[in-house]
Design a protein around this ligand. Structure first.
Ligand code: URA
Length: 258
């Protein structure tokens, strides 16, 4: 009986969570604000040129070409064992001139199967969060700290992160977003080179440095969608929404009312 009650509670919590991040009007793409040129249909910056939604053709073909080249290198990479263990590499996808880049931890089983980031349950929630922000998945760029799935979904090892991080840094230096959203502790801690807990980091912009010469990029740490799904509470979902509102405000984009 108790188990049944618990299941119902969990189910209701998930419904509430999903509701919270849906029900916002999907606004038209603000091409100017997002720095996009007219949409000329989807193009891929990964190796898989038949990817469905994602990208908008941009004027800067160099960036697209470099991102494609990077995706090829990622696919061929065997700097750590993960390259031999995964089905598909998951370099990342999205608008090559995105103002916002979302960075997660690493591909799971669904991402490994499709070679695309955030396409499983966490990805569905991330999509809802993006829509709740008045944006579309194709407006932003989505990628991970590591580009290959660790077996059994174990956490990436430090040496795997160290091998893979240069790919992410190159992606970020090509895209040059105004804001990076680090999804969850591993992404935030890796990019900020800190051991502070995500609960302490989230909610406030932090500085992400590529190198000693370039100016920093604003980084907003927030909870990972998988954490939200596992630890549903009104408080947690509101925290994520507050973080996303702070991101929109920083970019001067309208904040959808709930
Ligand atoms: N979780 C991540 O961190 N990244 C993905 O791509 C999917 C799930």
């Amino acid at each position: 009986m108790a188990e049944k009650g618990d299941l119902k509670k969990v189910f209701n919590q998930h419904v509430q969570l999903e509701d919270f991040f849906t029900g916002f009007a999907v606004r038209p793409v603000r091409d100017k604000a997002l720095g996009l040129t007219a949409c000329e249909g989807p193009v891929s910056n990964g190796v898989k040129s038949d990817e469905p939604d994602v990208l908008y053709q941009s004027q800067d073909n160099d960036v697209i070409a470099e991102l494609k080249q990077l995706a090829k290198e990622v696919d061929a990479c065997r700097k750590c064992d993960l390259g031999n263990l995964r089905k598909n590499s998951v370099p990342g996808e999205g608008n090559p001139h995105a103002q916002i880049v979302f960075v997660g931890e690493g591909p799971g089983a669904d991402e490994d199967a499709q070679g695309r980031p955030f396409v499983g349950r966490s990805g569905q929630l991330l999509d809802k969060i993006i829509v709740a922000m008045g944006l579309k998945r194709g407006d932003v760029y989505i990628c991970n700290i590591i580009k290959c799935r660790p077996p059994e979904n174990r956490e990436p090892r430090p040496e795997e992160i160290i091998s893979c991080l240069p790919y992410l840094k190159r992606q970020l230096s090509l895209i040059r977003p105004q804001i990076i959203v680090a999804l969850g502790a591993p992404a935030a801690k890796t990019l900020l080179e800190t051991n502070k807990p995500i609960g302490q980091l989230r909610g406030k912009f932090q500085d992400f440095y590529f190198d000693d010469f370039s100016p920093p990029i604003k980084l907003m740490p927030t909870f990972h969608p998988a954490y939200l799904l596992r630890n549903y509470s009104d408080e947690n979902r509101r925290k994520v929404w507050e973080d996303m509102k702070t991101v929109l405000a920083e970019l001067g984009l309208p904040i959808p009312k709930k």
